[in-house]
Design a protein around this ligand. Structure first.
Ligand code: I3S
Length: 129
């Protein structure tokens, strides 16, 4: 199960498959494109690697796969997305200081609640950097 790793990890590490779309990139609006991403929280960075889908997708988090994009959580804003942002359930809205706005979603209630909590803690822990 990707969200409960067997390996002991630092408190600032978490990973799993999440549905993600960008809304803006460096302050510019981009077209919504929901995709499943292998998502890794590493320190104050959130790394996204293309998920190949299916139950084996967690293997793509290995060191040989390079993240396609990364966001910096320092100074980011986190909230549950309004209905205007998405019709999907359990959607997190993340706005970075660099002007990238993401929607992050999982069909699984406890998975997304866990991520919300972890992301909020991470943002708070790095608030003064
Ligand atoms: O905010 P929008 O424009 O209603 O977002 C939907 C669209 O991006 C749609 O794609 P196209 O309009 O390019 O075909 C997506 O398929 C939907 O998933 C988007 O809405 P949700 O509410 O699922 O975020």
């Amino acid at each position: 199960c990707p969200s409960s790793p067997k390996h002991p990890t630092a408190a600032s590490e978490k990973f799993g498959v999440l549905n993600v779309t960008k809304l803006t990139e460096n302050g510019k609006k981009v077209r919504k494109n929901w995709m499943a991403w292998w998502t890794v929280l590493q320190g104050s960075s959130l790394l996204f690697t293309k998920s190949q889908g299916g139950g084996t997708s967690w293997k793509f988090g290995g060191s040989q796969s390079k993240p396609e994009f990364t966001v910096d959580l320092k100074g980011a804003l986190l909230d549950w997305a309004s209905k205007e942002k998405s019709s999907k359930k359990h959607v997190i809205e993340l706005k970075t200081r660099q002007g990238t706005e993401l929607l992050i979603q999982s069909e699984n209630d406890s998975v997304i609640n866990d991520w919300f909590k972890t992301l909020m803690e991470t943002i708070n822990n790095h608030a003064w950097e």
